[in-house]
Design a protein around this ligand. Structure first.
Ligand SMILES: O=C(O)CCC(=O)C(=O)O
Length: 259
């Protein structure tokens, strides 16, 4: 790891130590580009998160579900750090941060916290990477790291995310190789896991939502981290209210880059 003294201090303050990941987990994350961490959220936290997300969706999405092609029909929320202090959990879990550190290996910051509720009959996405910008030579696969927080169980039929293990090493985007990025990829798998699991994945890993064929919504949150020098997906200085910033510890202010 090539961390500054400040980054090391912040990680230590948040109880993040390299030994939180076993050697096998580190190798799996390097080779496959993702890692499942189970039981990160308790049943009580899941209940609280679900009701708060539903409440926020009602408040914000009164005009109906999303219409942009990537998220057509799904209910989306962004800037969640600002919307309720309970969501700070998504940037403070030590093992999740250890996995993020392992991927980025340089000073990093939080980039965005969003939620995506996939309504029945919707949710199919093309295969994509989360980091589309050019990368400096040698930097591929280390620039950013995402994490999906499963608020509902992910099963075969309710829109569980598909991924192509190892695709973060291809150094190509799906659309540069595939004729139809909505089509099934021969090597794709679905992330099937119980609610409360967090899946940390390299921002260059090919992935996408699948159609929810069940009768119930599928809730998930996405907590995204990027290299310190990069732009945040949600500019936290512009989007966090002074009240929110005042409630944060100095380590979290630094992690969110609002110091
Ligand atoms: O929610 C999911 O299953 C994946 C969403 C996703 O990859 C995205 O919106 O970029």
């Amino acid at each position: 790891m090539d961390f500054s003294k400040k980054m090391n201090q912040v990680l230590a303050d948040l109880c993040v130590t390299p030994n939180l990941l076993t050697e096998d987990e580190q190798i799996f994350l390097d080779e496959q580009g993702y890692l499942l961490i189970r039981d990160v959220l308790s049943p009580h936290q899941l209940k609280t998160f679900t009701s708060r997300l539903d409440e926020l969706v009602k408040l914000e999405n009164e005009n109906g579900a999303n219409i942009d092609p990537m998220n057509e029909g799904s209910k989306m929320l962004d800037n969640l750090i600002d919307k309720d202090p309970i969501f700070k959990i998504c940037i403070t879990k030590p093992k999740v941060l250890a996995a993020i550190s392992h991927v980025i290996q340089k000073d990093f910051k939080h980039s965005s916290l969003n939620s995506r509720e996939v309504l029945p009959g919707t949710g199919n996405q093309k295969l994509h990477e989360d980091y589309g910008k050019p990368v400096k030579p040698g930097g591929y696969g280390r620039v950013a790291c995402n994490s999906i927080w499963l608020i509902d169980d992910f099963n075969k039929t309710n829109g569980a995310t598909r991924i192509v293990p190892g695709s973060h090493k291809k150094e190509k985007k799906p659309r540069e190789i595939m004729d139809d990025t909505y089509a099934m990829h021969p090597d794709q798998i679905q992330l099937i896991a119980p609610a409360g699991t967090v899946v940390v994945f390299n921002a260059h890993l090919w992935h996408g939502g699948t159609k929810n064929e069940s009768k119930l919504s599928r809730h998930a949150m996405h907590s995204y981290f990027c290299q310190r020098e990069d732009e945040q997906q949600t500019n936290q200085r512009e989007n966090l209210s002074p009240e929110t910033i005042n409630q944060l510890s100095s380590s979290l202010r630094w992690l969110l880059d609002v110091d």
